[in-house]
Design a protein around this ligand. Structure first.
Ligand SMILES: Cc1ncc(COP(=O)(O)O)c(C=O)c1O
Length: 386
């Protein structure tokens, strides 16, 4: 009998929680309807289910339902935030991002640069954080938007987004944050976090893939967004397209579970992560921790294995039952070493020999013990390279 996989790639995606699958089930079949078809009862019921889900998510995030725009995921939410502010702005308009952002921020920024906008990609430190002073130094009267991720998807570092928002607001500039990895792992309350836009995604919080949102604060500072698509004018004209009812209902349930269990999950996951790290240090002399010790996601551990070629390491790991990543899954089709690790100062060789562990809701201590054994074997028994 083949042994079950050890799934430690939860930054890439998470399995749908059975409680989420259960609430979604009737919306594929007997309750299926178009929430815009308000000329009949099923359509009206669908509209009510969407608005109830929107209210649930708003309660979880500390915002109003009117501030939530459903999208297909965080990639689209980031594109809507960034292109939505920048495409119709004058050529002199400035955008500030940093080198450790997800490609779903960096690629739209590059596209805007190609179209002549003044895009600044700021460097990051050894923990993949951009220094607030760097942002301050680059803010001008022409800056239309700053985007800084809340939690890094490769090394787990958190940004002090509240302080960064303050310095942006001193200049009258709105701040967008990509909170895709942060929701459900650290507290996020938009009543207290003064960002102007926030992106997140359901499949990172045990909800269905294909649904996410952009929070757009209703305030005079928030610029009008140019939509990415034009169609039926759904989502207040910001995102046309028939609303995916089962996915929205599932997203709301996933959000409710993620937020209500956040504190307990974080306590357990950070203990498991620390034990995993202690075991790896004990068994692999010279192993380097890329995940910072503080202000960090509870479920992330990114390490560099010494004295091994990354291709050899991952060829061995792929043949095992351990599922881990060497970088962002969204860029894994690209053989380039992780842009985040390189921006932190790692060499290409070090980046290629780095492993990202992403612990999850169902991760057991036993799985972590086995994961250590598998990594040690892949590295070379007793420290010998085989
Ligand atoms: C930080 C971050 N932003 C954006 C995304 C893209 O999310 P989605 O798959 O919902 O488009 C990811 C997914 O890996 C992510 O980790």
């Amino acid at each position: 009998m083949t042994q079950p996989l050890i799934q430690l790639d939860h930054h890439a995606t998470t399995p749908c929680d059975p409680r989420v699958v259960e609430v979604m089930a009737p919306y594929w079949t007997e309750l299926a309807a178009n929430a815009s078809s308000i000329s009949h009862r099923p359509g009206l019921q669908a509209k009510e289910a969407v608005e109830q889900a929107r209210q649930t998510i708003a309660n979880c995030l500390g915002c109003t339902p009117r501030e939530i725009v459903f999208t297909s995921g965080a990639t689209e939410a980031n594109n809507l935030a960034i292109k939505g502010v920048m495409v119709d702005a004058p050529a002199s308009a400035g955008l500030i991002v940093n080198a450790a952002e997800h490609k779903a921020v960096l690629d739209p920024a590059q596209e805007l640069k190609r179209r002549g906008r003044a895009v600044h990609v700021l460097p990051v430190d050894a923990a993949a954080r951009v220094q607030p002073q760097q942002i301050q130094a680059n803010l001008t009267d022409e800056t239309r938007l700053v985007s800084v991720m809340l939690a890094n998807n490769e090394v787990g570092s958190l940004h002090d987004v509240a302080s960064i928002a303050e310095l942006c607001h001193d200049k009258g500039t709105p701040l967008h944050t990509d909170a895709t990895q942060a929701i459900g792992r650290v507290p996020v309350n938009l009543n207290e976090l003064p960002v102007d836009m926030l992106s997140c995604s359901s499949h990172k919080i045990y909800g269905p893939p294909g649904i996410g949102l952009l929070f757009v604060r209703r305030s005079p500072r928030t610029p009008r967004l140019t939509p990415l698509f034009h169609g039926g004018g759904h989502e207040w004209g910001m995102r046309s397209g028939t609303l995916p009812l089962p996915l929205i209902v599932g997203f709301a349930k996933a959000m409710e579970l993620a937020v209500s269990h956040q504190a307990d999950d974080a306590a357990r996951l950070s203990q498991q992560r620390d034990r995993l790290w202690n075991e790896l240090v004990r068994k692999i002399p010279g192993v380097v921790r890329n995940t910072p010790e503080t202000d960090v996601l509870p479920n992330n551990l990114n390490i560099t294995i010494p004295n091994i070629d990354g291709d050899v390491l991952f060829a061995r790991l792929k043949a095992s039952r351990l599922c881990v990543s060497s970088g962002s899954a969204c860029t894994s089709a690209n053989p380039e070493p992780s842009h985040v690790l390189r921006a932190m100062g790692l060499t290409d060789q070090q980046a290629r020999a780095s492993i990202r562990f992403g612990l999850g809701r169902y991760t057991t201590d036993e799985e972590l013990r086995e994961a250590v054994e598998i990594v040690v074997r892949a590295w070379g028994a007793n420290g010998r390279l085989s």
